[in-house]
Ligand binder design. Structure first.
Ligand code: IPM
Ligand code: MG
Length: 342
């Protein structure tokens, strides 16, 4: 039986970029069974909630979930009682227990000049953000009255241990743990537990601690310094967008969210880009590279994953540039270029 994949196109450019990813997987010979579901704003419009129980169940029973993007001005609200598309994403991450978010950042030489940073600065950068995804301020208790609001930030020892283990296991030589231990109590526990896991299980990997403000600066000043960045939920969210600019465009960055045996979730780091939705101009490369991560981490199809990644690189080397990269190629042309190099 072929592995079963739930496709969640979501909103905005989502439906325009998920088709290209499926085309590329077909072309690389990955035989998969797809089931498509409404998600995010599209699901709010149809069912009044961003993630229905049926969709969550379908995802639980699948071998992997491929998600494009959610959100848009249509559903933007500051009313705490109205549903938001992002709740679907958070519900899915939590519901599937996907605590480990992997965001590789490896600028492609053909795109060095698309980055706002100097070529010699980004040259040979190859880092991985390991972001804790189901804890911290994203999931703590929230309160709201007319004049006061709060978001609780909570981390437990076991939550920190398991994400630290993912980071150390993935690292070849160095893990940089990022926190705000000079201010936050959660960060002090974070630092203590990361240190313990390191000493007990991974003494041969170098461990350094950086405060998040300093890490944000160093990421731009000396990106090559980093190999694996281990950090909590919100710091990881912010640092991964920052790191995306090393590659020239956030339209290039894929991600994998993994749990402990549950089906993984694979999605681009970028959002639903409502400003260009419907124009056919979206860059599908992060989506296609997310499908490659699904083949590798979710389905154990390393050969096919590597073939897709190499086709993307060669298409770029041959001159493919979508609008976000300063070129004119539309979604269709970008997909064709990747297929041609497969
Ligand atoms: C991301 C996104 C999400 C996050 C939003 C859409 C909830 O920014 O995946 O980085 O903050 O985690
Ligand atoms: Mg983000």
């Amino acid at each position: 039986m072929s592995p079963r994949i739930v496709l969640l196109p979501g909103d905005g450019i989502g439906p325009e970029i998920i088709g290209p990813a499926v085309k590329v997987m077909n072309a690389v010979g990955a035989e998969l069974d797809y089931e498509e579901r409404l998600f995010g704003g599209a699901s709010i419009d149809a069912y009044g909630t961003a993630l229905t129980d049926e969709t969550l169940d379908a995802c639980r029973q699948a071998d992997a979930v491929l998600l494009a993007a959610v959100g848009g001005p249509r559903w933007d609200t500051t009313d705490p009682d109205k549903p938001r598309p992002e709740q679907g994403l958070l519900g899915l991450r939590k519901g599937l227990g996907l605590f480990a978010n992997l965001r590789p950042v490896k600028p492609i030489p053909a795109l060095y000049d698309s980055s706002p940073l100097k070529r010699e600065l980004i040259d040979r950068t190859n880092l991985l953000v390991v972001r804790e995804l189901t804890g911290g301020i994203y999931f703590g208790e929230k309160t709201r009255t007319r004049d006061r609001a709060s978001d609780d930030c909570v981390y437990t020892r076991s939550e920190i241990e398991r994400i630290a283990q993912v980071a150390f296991r993935t690292a070849r030589s160095r893990v940089t743990s990022v926190d705000k231990a000079n201010v936050l109590e959660t960060s002090r526990l974070w630092r203590e537990v990361v240190r313990e896991v390191h000493g007990r299980e991974f003494p041969n990997i170098e461990l350094e601690h950086l405060l998040v403000d300093n890490a944000a600066m160093k990421l731009i000043a000396a990106p090559r310094h980093f190999e694996v960045i281990l950090t909590e939920n919100m710091f990881g969210d912010i640092l991964s967008d920052e790191a995306a600019m090393l590659t020239g465009s956030i339209g290039m960055l894929p991600s994998a969210s993994l749990g402990d045996g549950q089906p993984g979730l694979f999605e681009p780091v970028h959002g639903s880009a409502p400003d260009i939705a419907g124009t056919g101009q979206a860059n599908p490369l992060a989506m296609i590279l997310s499908a490659a991560m699904m083949l590798r981490h979710g389905l154990g199809m390393e050969t096919q994953a590597a073939a897709v990644e190499s086709a993307v690189e060669r298409a770029l080397a041959a001159g493919l540039r979508t609008r976000d990269l300063g070129g004119t190629a539309n979604t269709k042309q970008a997909t064709q270029a990747v297929l041609k190099h497969l």
